[in-house]
Write a protein that binds this ligand. Structure first.
Ligand code: B4P
Length: 190
């Protein structure tokens, strides 16, 4: 089972993925978390990614595709996966489809959050105060929203056109209420 958790920055991807992982027994794989861990380790990948992420831009497709490929090929990684923050461009989506097709798999569902932009910005600025994440500055948030509209939003149509089940979730409200909407939708989709 391969699921994607999809939405603009601040829509609740990482937040809800943690709940989906524990209730639906899918391994949560967040490319944002992986990149932040590389930055913290000071690895070559981290050095390349740090400046790009801080500015709110997307890291190069080939870099992120190599990372995901390495993880999905790892025999210790479960074949039931929830991908969070990947794919973020059409090139990444095509690379993922190709990787999965080689193993006889495909994307089974996409959870796509719908949240108004003013609320997204409010959440991210609040996280900046609480966690101080390097890419939660007003300038970087503006750039991340721009990148989402320019490059990432099209990924949803890619999967819709491929006949993949896209489950739109209203991401406004308490975290537990949003998760309840996801739980009901995934239970119905079984
Ligand atoms: P991510 O780590 O994916 O960052 P994000 O889009 O902000 O999502 P995140 O999961 O952290 O936040 P969430 O919406 O859960 O990416 C960071 C950067 O890494 C990118 O900008 C890019 O540079 C790079 N990157 C990652 N993947 C890449 C790829 N595939 N290709 C290229 N570059 C890539 O939550 C946000 C906040 O809202 C939290 O504080 C949370 O507590 C709050 N929140 C969530 N739900 C809420 C609710 N219902 N009510 C109130 N607050 C809520």
């Amino acid at each position: 089972m391969i699921g994607l958790i999809f939405g603009p920055p601040g829509s609740g991807k990482g937040t809800q993925a943690a709940h989906v992982e524990s209730v639906f027994k899918l391994s949560h794989l967040s490319t944002g978390d992986i990149l932040r861990a590389e930055v913290a380790r000071g690895s070559e990948i981290g050095k390349e990614a740090e400046r790009i992420m801080r500015a709110g831009d997307l890291v190069p497709d080939d870099l992120i595709i190599r990372i995901v490929q390495g993880i999905l090929r790892d025999p210790n990684v479960s074949s039931d996966v929830l991908l969070d923050g990947f794919p973020r461009t059409l090139e990444q989506a095509r690379a993922l489809d190709e990787m999965l097709a080689k193993e006889g798999h495909k994307v089974d569902f996409v959870i796509a959050f719908v949240v108004p932009e003013d609320l997204l910005i409010e959440r991210l600025l609040h996280r900046a105060e609480v966690e101080g994440r390097a890419d939660d500055t007003r300038e970087a948030i503006t750039e991340r929203m721009h990148e989402y509209r320019k490059l990432t939003a099209a990924v949803l149509d890619h999967y819709r056109n491929a006949g993949v089940r896209v489950i739109e979730i209203d991401g406004v409200g308490k975290v537990e209420d949003v998760f309840e909407r996801i739980r009901i939708a995934l239970d119905q989709a079984k």
